[in-house]
Design a protein around this ligand. Structure first.
Ligand code: FVH
Length: 294
């Protein structure tokens, strides 16, 4: 993250002052960047006005104020609504609102047709991590390389930056891929806590065991990547599908014994069983990925 220095003071506009937008605004103000803000509900901009931001009355006025315009709004629809009556000619638009890759690509097309350069971003952080050195938070960016290079320093103020390519959909794709993996992990965690829920196992004692196990298992993603790259799902496999599918019966039976639903487990276990039935027992579960592709 940038030092609080007068040397780099790119003026910019921020549209959207929700929890994330407000955190971004405070980080840029703290770093000395002249900031114009706009929010649909004007009252949310008042405190930032008192902290040094210029508060625009309309989105059009905010966009007109600076070349660099950042949107951090609820979703794609709110970005479209907000930008509908603005003049984007000559603007560098950075969209940090969560979107699908398709929405990001369509927005990029739309913005470019209106005379703007465009970069999409996927924020891998929660508001308390924004502007905090060493928090580990970062933002995936993709789209116009020129825009990203021009504004790399100011974009690095709130959180680290990872530029993942000229395709404007790639930031959203990376973002959603990581969020989807996290969702699967949360599902597994919910099931694990449900298994012990009625026993005299304090969740607080169980939590460090769970954390340690998940941390220990995380590097397996590198084996998956290596197998996908080579197309060989056997080499490097230590726990093969035949063994895992057999063990899955114990997972399901334990859930039944504990009076716990299996709905969080069965979608994945069913795919493993299908892959085994297709004759891939010596492989790891990397082949499940191929079953998912439609
Ligand atoms: N907060 C988080 O933990 C996550 C971390 C990862 C990234 N997400 C994404 O960031 C976008 C903004 O999230 P947020 O936390 O700021 O969200 P809210 O606090 O709910 O604020 C939403 C803002 O969007 C404005 N808004 C909503 N609908 C419209 C609309 N139709 N037209 C104009 N503005 C709209 C809303 O305005 P208001 O309700 O105050 O008038 C807020 O400024 C988001 O994509 C997350 O997925 C955050």
């Amino acid at each position: 993250m940038e030092e609080n220095t007068a040397a780099v003071q790119t003026p910019l506009t921020l549209l959207g002052l929700g929890a994330m937008g407000t955190a971004l605004a405070r980080a840029w103000l703290a770093a000395g960047h002249p900031l114009t803000v706009w929010n649909r509900t004007a009252a949310r901009a008042e405190s930032l006005g008192a902290e040094g931001a210029t508060v625009a009355r309309t989105a059009a006025e905010a966009v007109a104020a600076n070349r660099l315009v950042v949107a951090c709004l609820l979703d794609d629809a709110s970005v479209r609504q907000t930008l509908a009556d603005t003049d984007l000619t000559g603007r560098d638009l950075v969209n940090l609102s969560t979107s699908t890759p398709g929405q990001a690509r369509a927005l990029a097309d739309w913005a470019q047709r209106r005379g703007a350069r465009f970069v999409d971003g996927g924020i891998m952080a929660v508001p308390p991590m924004i502007g905090v050195e060493g928090s580990g938070g970062y933002v995936f960016y993709s789209g116009s390389t020129d825009l990203f290079e021009t504004h790399r320093d100011v974009l690095a103020v709130p959180a680290g930056t990872r530029y993942v390519g000229a395709d404007p959909g790639f930031a959203a794709l990376h973002d959603v891929a990581l969020l989807s993996a996290m969702t699967g992990m949360f599902a597994g965690v919910a099931h694990a806590f449900a298994l012990i829920r009625r026993e005299e196992i304090p969740p607080r004692d169980f939590a460090p065991l769970l954390e340690g196990w998940l941390t220990g298992m995380a590097p397996f993603v590198r084996l998956t990547a290596a197998q996908l790259a080579s197309g060989d799902y056997v080499t490097g496999t230590e726990s093969n599908l035949a063994m895992m599918v057999a063990a899955n019966e114990t997972l399901l039976n334990t859930a039944r014994e504990q009076g716990v639903g299996t709905e969080l487990l069965t979608p994945y276990l069913d795919l493993m069983a299908r892959r085994l039935a297709d004759g891939h027992g010596a492989e790891s579960d990397t082949g499940v990925i191929d079953l998912l592709l439609r």
